[in-house]
Design a protein around this ligand. Structure first.
Ligand code: NAD
Length: 259
C-alpha cells in the first residue's frame, strides 16, 4: 500500500529493534523519514536496510540523545528545516537498565532510565506537538511496555518510566484531540530485539537462547514477538486508518498482559 505517500515520519531509537522495523515498514509504504538515534552507525545501517526495500526513500539521519532537551529541540527543528512538517512521530527510544530489587536499584541508574524513557518521551512530545498544533494534524505513538501496565519486578526505573509514558499518553491525548492530533502508546511484551538479546546475555552469556525459550513459556503464544510485527502496528497507528484512535494504550504481547 501507499498509505504514507507524501507523509513525513519522525522516529527515535531508529537505529535498532522496534524503531528500525517501524522505519522500514513506513518507508515501504512511501514515507519520507527523519531518523534519530544516539548511535550514528546504527542509523546508517537502518538507512541501508530502508534503501534495499524503498530505493527512492528520502531519509534524514540525526544523531541525538533524547534525554537532552536541547538535542530534542534540534532534531525537531532539523526535521522541519528539511521537510517543513511532521505527520507522524514514533517516540520510541528507550533503555532497559540493570535489573535489581528496589532497595539495591541505584539512584543514578534510576535517573538514567527515567531520563531516557520518560523525560525523552516528554521532550519529544512537547516539541513535536508545537509543530503539529500549528499544522492542525498529526499522530504520535509513544513506546510504553507491558512493564508500564503491570508489575514485572526488578525494574524500578523501567516500570516508573513506562507507567509514566502511559500517563503522558492518556493526558496529552485528551488535550490534543481537539486539534486533530492523536496520541497513543504501544505496550510491547517480549519482542526479540538487540535490547532483549542483551538482557538474556546478562543472565547467561553462553546459553542465552535456551534462557529465552524458558522466558517465553508463560506467554500464551510461547514465543517472542518479532520487530516487524510491532512495525505493522506502529504503521497502522500512524496512518489515517487510525484517525479515531486516541489516548489508547495498545498491548502487543501475545496476550501476556491479560494473563
Ligand atoms: P533496542 O535497544 O534494540 O533499540 C533502541 C534504540 O534506541 C537503539 O538504537 C539505541 O541506540 C537507541 N537509544 C537508546 N538510548 C537513546 C537515547 N538516549 N537517545 C537516542 N537514542 C537512544 O531496543 P528495542 O527493543 O527496539 O526498544 C525500543 C523501545 O521499545 C524502548 O523504549 C523499549 O523500552 C521498548 N520495549 C521493548 C520491548 C522488547 O521486548 N524489545 C518490550 C517493551 C518495550
Amino acid at each position: 500500500s501507499n498509505r504514507f505517500e507524501g507523509k513525513v515520519i519522525l522516529i527515535t531509537g531508529a537505529g535498532s529493534g522496534l524503531g528500525q522495523a517501524s522505519a522500514i515498514q513506513v518507508a515501504k509504504e512511501g514515507a519520507k523519514l527523519s531518523l534519530v538515534d544516539l548511535n550514528n552507525q546504527a542509523l546508517e545501517e537502518t538507512k541501508k536496510l530502508i534503501l534495499e526495500v524503498a530505493a527512492e526513500a528520502e531519509v534524514l539521519l540525526l544523531t541525538a540523545d533524547v534525554s537532552n532537551e536541547e538535542e530534542v529541540k534540534t532534531y525537531v527543528s532539523k526535521t522541519i528545516e528539511k521537510y517543513s512538517k511532521i505527520d507522524g512521530f514514533f517516540n520510541n527510544a528507550g533503555i532497559e537498565g540493570k535489573q535489581n530489587l528496589t532497595e539495591d536499584y541505584g539512584i543514578d541508574e534510576f535517573r538514567k532510565v527515567v531520563g531516557v524513557n520518560l523525560n525523552g518521551v516528554f521532550f519529544g512530545m512537547k516539541y513535536v506537538l508545537e509543530v503539529m498544533k500549528k499544522q492542525g494534524s498529526g499522530k504520535i505513538v509513544n513506546t510504553a511496555s507491558v512493564g508500564g501496565i503491570r508489575g514485572v519486578g526488578n525494574q524500578s526505573g523501567y516500570a516508573a518510566s513506562k507507567h509514566g509514558v502511559v500517563g503522558l499518553t492518556r493526558n496529552s491525548g485528551i488535550e490534543y484531540g481537539q486539534f486533530g492530533i492523536s496520541i497513543n502508546a504501544i505496550a510491547p511484551g517480549a519482542i526479540m530485539t538487540p535490547m532483549v538479546e542483551g538482557s538474556l546475555k546478562q543472565i547467561d552469556p553462553e546459553n542465552w537462547e535456551e534462557v529465552g525459550k524458558q522466558f517465553v513459556q508463560p506467554n500464551p503464544m510461547k514465543r517472542f514477538g518479532k520487530p516487524e510485527e510491532v512495525g505493522y502496528l506502529v504503521a497502522f497507528l500512524l496512518s489515517n486508518e487510525a484517525n479515531f484512535i486516541n489516548s489508547a494504550v495498545i498491548p502487543i504481547d501475545g496476550g501476556q498482559s491479560y494473563k
